[in-house]
Design a protein around this ligand. Structure first.
Ligand code: G6P
Ligand code: MN
Length: 445
């Protein structure tokens, strides 16, 4: 079985390859093709993968190419993990937004819109090529903003594209663990959009255990989301939000914290990764050791500013490895081998969340088998959550329209309608600022 990874020179590719190496079963991936625009990044990552494979018999073969069509032909699965504009682009997304006093995070608020506007046209081009060159392939989209990018691709690939994120899985695992339940045996009642969802229940053997957690301030305060949001607020909500909702519920504090840091997340990662790829150019560098050190530092500093505002302290050791590669592997196995399972994924709604239309991509538990991912029916969201989900889906639709029509006016509308952008004038200045720094937005006229 052939797996193609787009963004194959990306820093997190060794996580995926590491997960593949643990898979000894029949029908596993035997061939990995890395595609990237940048040869030196491919070379760097290939070195890490070679060290990972060194002690493993029958490790999947790895080849690398900068030719997209060649990479796609004959693929059974395609992982798309690209970063249009690179980490320099991410840092610019943050900088321009913060200069206007709004959030520049890569998936939330103004930053997410800017990143979406430059990623959607590229993702659409990939989807069209896949439809032509590998029509039977399954595309697993890791590219952020994951829900929006998956929806853009689904217009060309239908349900053959599935978006993934590890944050709902991590959240479910933490809740199950504090409740003393086995995460693998718990059904997580979670729904929303990517990075905008809520756990409303956690069922073990049919019984909802979440009320027990919500009633117990000590338990509630003992894990990441409890520390981030505070027990009082979780009790008020009666649900556990995805960690990215911290940017909404504590917007003023997070904007301030991010304005005061010496380096934003994007700038930190830009510099950190530049150093890693530089190190990889030296033939004597121990590739896997250098990669692992860089990864550990990245994971330890994830959402550091949010945690600092909340006084949440260091991350728990168990939370350090997000596990998105595990979600991707579980999804791929379920489809390739008809190993039925339930996973929280980004798929077309198809009636699961009645407030949105059938084609809207949502994040929801899905039953997965050889025929793909099928969203389960979920209870409606409370009004406050419905409001946010509909507002943000409305913004995503404006981004898709702006990308399709190349319309600057529609881009302004997308920014202006976002709940975290507080004036139409701010939206206008954001579009000005972003089009100045991003060549990838030159299509907006
Ligand atoms: C989490 C999020 C992903 C994000 C990743 C890395 O897993 O769900 O969407 O890509 O963290 O975040 P970072 O800030 O390190 O790039
Ligand atoms: Mn994510």
């Amino acid at each position: 079985m052939k797996l193609t990874i787009l963004g194959g020179g990306g820093f997190r590719v060794p996580l995926v390859y590491g997960a593949l190496l643990t898979d000894r079963g029949e029908g596993r991936v035997t061939e990995v093709v890395l595609h990237d625009l940048d040869d030196s990044r491919l070379y760097a990552v290939a070195r890490v993968l070679a060290e990972q494979a060194a002690t493993v018999p029958d490790a999947p073969t790895v080849t690398a190419t900068t030719d997209l069509d060649e990479a796609l032909r004959g693929a059974d699965f395609i992982f798309s993990a690209i970063r249009v504009g690179g980490l320099e682009g991410r840092a610019n997304d943050e900088r321009v937004a913060l200069a206007q006093g709004v959030l520049g995070q890569e998936t939330v608020g103004a930053g997410g819109i800017a990143y979406g506007l430059r990623t959607v046209p590229v993702a659409v081009d990939i989807a069209q090529r896949v439809a032509r060159l590998a029509p039977d392939a399954w595309v697993i989209n890791f590219t952020n903003p994951a829900g929006l990018v998956t929806e853009a691709m689904s217009r060309h690939l239908g349900d053959r594209v599935i978006g993934i994120c590890d944050s709902p899985v991590g959240l479910g695992r933490r809740i199950a663990t504090v409740l003393g339940a086995n995460p693998r045996e718990a059904f997580i009642d979670y729904v929303g959009l990517n990075h905008l969802g809520w756990v409303r229940g956690l069922r073990v053997a049919g019984r909802d255990e979440l009320p027990r957690l919500l009633a117990d301030p000590d338990l509630l305060g003992s894990f990441e989301e409890g520390k981030l949001f505070g027990t009082d607020w979780l009790q008020s909500l009666g649900a556990i939000p995805n960690e990215y909702l911290h940017y909404y519920y504590f917007n003023r504090e997070t904007v301030r914290a991010y304005s005061e840091v010496e380096k934003t997340r994007g700038a930190f990662l830009r510099d950190q990764q530049a150093q890693f790829y530089d190190e990889m150019k030296r033939p004597d560098t121990a590739a896997l050791t250098a990669w692992d050190r860089t990864r550990a530092e990245r994971e330890a500093t994830y959402m550091a500013e949010n945690r600092e505002t909340a006084g949440a302290g260091e991350r728990d050791a168990d939370d350090l490895s997000g596990g998105y590669e595990k979600v991707a592997l579980a999804l791929m196995r379920a489809i390739a081998r008809d190993e039925r399972t339930t996973l929280i994924l980004n798929v077309r709604n198809q009636g699961a969340l009645s407030v949105l239309d059938a084609d809207a991509v949502i994040e929801v538990p899905c039953l997965v088998d050889a025929n793909g991912a099928h969203p389960v029916a979920v209870d409606p969201l409370p009004d406050h959550a419905t409001g946010l989900v509909c507002a943000v889906k409305g913004v995503e639709r404006e981004i898709l329209a702006a990308a399709e029509n190349g319309s600057r006016t529609t881009a302004v509308k997308a920014f202006a309608l976002h709940p975290l952008v507080d004036s139409v004038n701010v939206a206008r200045r954001l579009v000005e600022g972003y089009t100045e720094v991003h060549p990838g937005l030159a299509y907006l006229k």
